[in-house]
Design a protein around this ligand. Structure first.
Ligand SMILES: Cc1ncc(COP(=O)(O)O)c(C=O)c1O
Length: 430
C-alpha cells in the first residue's frame, strides 16, 4: 500500500479522517490545534502560535516540555535497552527507580509494582487489596470511595469514581462501591460518622481516596486532619487505605506526596502522571510489606496474576529517574515554593476585591478559582466551553473543570508567565 506522510497543512484534514480524540465530543467543537514543538511551559503550533501550558498538559509535565536532561536520558536508554519482559527478568532503571521512590515515599512503603498509567495504577491497587483478603480467606467485599472521585477510566477505576454522566453507559457493568459525601468545611463530623458506621458493618476491605485534593471534580480540597483521622480509624478496623496520588504526587501539593501531610500513612499509594516528568506513560502502585506478605505462599493461586506488556518499560523508568534528579534538586524545591507564594498572593487579591468569585483555593502549586455563576459546579457547566476558548484565544491552555478555572503549571513556569495566566483569570472575574 502507498502511504505518504501528510504535509503540515494537511495534518488537520488527515486527523479528522483517521483519528478519534479522547474526551472530545464529535460535534460542536473547533478542530484540534496541531502542535509541532514544545519547550519549557510553551506549546508551538503549526500555524505559528505560542500557547502557555498552564495545566501541565493534563497534569503530567513537571519540569517543562522537552526538557533536555530527560530527553538525553531517554535517548541513552533507548539505545542500550529499550524493552524487556518484566516477568523473570529485571533491569537497572526499574530497580533504581523503585529504590529511589521508596526513599521518598512515606516510610511504611516497601514494594513497587509497575504498570502503565494512572488508571492501571489504581486498578492494580484495588486488585492488590481485594486479593489480600482472598488470600487470607477473610470476607470483606466492600470498598469505600468519596463522592466526586475520579480514579481513571478502566472498569475498576470507574466503579469507585463519581457516578456521573461520563460513565452512565457503563453503570450496569460497574461493581458496587459505598460512597461517602465529600468532606467540606460544614460536614466533617457527619462524614466521619457515616464512614465509621459503614466500617462498623465489618464488611469493608478498602478505602480509596485522592488525598487532600479531588482533581477532576474541580480541584476540591479537604482537610488533612480529617483524612488522617479516617485513615487511623480504618486501619484500626483492618481496612486497607489506598491513596490515589496520580495527580497529587511529585510536588504538586507543596510536599513530594500529599500523604506526607498525614501522620497515618496509607497502605497503598498510586502514582503516575508526573512520574516521568511528562515524557512517557508509567504507573506505580506502592504497598507495605504487610500487603505483599499475604501473597508470599507456596500456593500458586496466591500469586498476584496481574501485569502489562510494557510493565516497567526501561525507557519510561530512565525518564522517571531523570525526572527525579530534577525534582529533588534545590532549584525545583525553590520553584515549587515560588509558585505557591505567587498563587497565594493572587488568591489574596481575588479574595479582597469584589470579583465574581465564589471560592479561591491554593495548595502547593495548585490554584483553583470557582467562578461565581449560577448553576452547579460540574464539568458540563455551560461556562466551561466558553472559558476554555476564551483562554485559548489568549494563547493560554487552561481546561476549566465546569466553572472552576485552575492553574497547575510545570515547575519551570516563570513569574511573568504566571502573571499572564492570572491576568486572563482577572479578565473573567472582573
Ligand atoms: C486522581 C487520578 N487518578 C487516576 C487518574 C487516571 O490517570 P490516567 O489518565 O493516566 O489513566 C487520574 C487522571 O486524571 C487522576 O486524576
Amino acid at each position: 500500500m502507498n502511504w505518504t506522510a501528510p504535509v503540515a497543512e494537511q495534518v488537520l484534514q488527515a486527523d479528522a479522517q483517521a483519528v478519534w480524540h479522547p474526551f472530545t465530543p464529535l460535534y460542536g467543537l473547533r478542530p484540534p490545534l496541531e502542535v509541532v514543538r514544545t519547550e519549557g511551559a510553551w506549546l508551538y503550533t503549526a500555524d505559528g502560535r505560542q500557547i502557555l501550558d498552564a495545566i501541565s498538559s493534563w497534569w503530567v509535565n513537571l519540569h517543562g516540555h522537552s526538557h533536555p536532561y530527560i530527553a538525553q536520558a531517554i535517548s541513552e536508554q533507548a539505545a542500550s535497552l529499550a524493552h524487556v519482559i518484566f516477568a523473570g527478568f529485571t533491569h537497572q532503571p526499574a530497580v533504581t527507580l523503585a529504590e529511589r521512590l521508596l526513599r521518598i515515599l512515606p516510610p511504611n512503603m516497601a514494594k513497587i509494582f509497575y504498570s502503565d498509567n494512572g488508571s492501571t495504577a489504581t486498578e492494580v491497587a484495588m486488585k492488590m487489596a481485594f486479593q489480600y483478603f482472598y488470600n487470607l480467606e477473610i470476607y470483606k467485599p466492600k470498598i469505600i470511595a468519596i463522592d466526586g472521585a475520579y480514579h481513571g477510566d478502566t472498569f475498576g477505576a470507574m466503579s469507585v469514581g463519581d457516578r456521573s454522566p461520563f460513565n452512565a453507559p457503563f453503570q450496569p457493568y460497574l461493581f458496587e462501591a459505598v460512597f461517602i459525601p465529600f468532606p467540606d468545611q460544614t460536614n466533617q463530623e457527619k462524614v466521619f460518622q457515616e464512614f465509621a458506621d459503614i466500617i462498623a458493618t465489618g464488611q469493608v476491605g478498602a478505602f480509596i481516596f485522592e488525598p487532600l485534593v479531588q482533581g477532576a471534580s474541580g480541584m476540591r480540597m479537604y482537610s488533612a486532619s480529617l483524612l488522617d483521622k479516617m485513615i487511623a480509624h480504618a486501619q484500626q478496623h483492618g481496612v486497607i487505605c489506598i491513596a490515589d496520588e496520580v495527580m497529587t504526587g511529585f510536588g504538586r501539593t507543596g510536599k513530594l506526596f500529599a500523604s506526607l501531610y498525614l501522620h497515618h500513612y496509607p497502605d497503598i499509594i498510586c502514582l503516575s502522571k508526573g512520574i516521568t516528568g511528562g515524557f512517557l506513560p508509567l504507573g506505580v502502585t506502592a504497598c507495605t510489606q504487610r500487603i505483599q506478605n499475604a501473597y508470599r505462599s507456596p500456593e500458586l493461586m496466591k500469586t498476584f496474576f496481574h501485569g502489562h506488556s510494557y510493565t516497567a518499560n526501561p525507557i519510561a523508568c530512565a525518564a522517571a529517574n531523570a525526572s527525579l534528579d530534577l525534582l529533588l534538586s534545590q532549584q525545583c524545591s525553590s520553584a515549587i515554593a515560588r509558585i505557591n507564594h505567587s498563587h497565594l498572593q493572587f488568591a489574596a487579591k481575588l479574595q479582597q476585591g469584589s470579583y465574581a468569585v465564589r471560592n479561591v483555593r491554593v495548595l502547593g502549586t495548585i490554584l483553583a478559582v470557582e467562578i461565581d455563576r449560577s448553576g452547579e459546579t460540574s464539568y458540563f457547566h455551560e461556562a466551561r466551553n466558553n472559558l476554555y476558548y476564551h483562554f485559548l484565544d489568549k494563547n493560554l491552555l487552561m481546561r476549566p473543570l465546569g466553572n472552576v478555572v485552575y492553574i497547575l503549571p510545570p515547575y519551570c513556569i516563570t513569574n511573568q508567565e504566571l502573571a499572564l495566566a492570572y491576568q486572563a483569570i482577572l479578565e473573567i472575574v472582573e
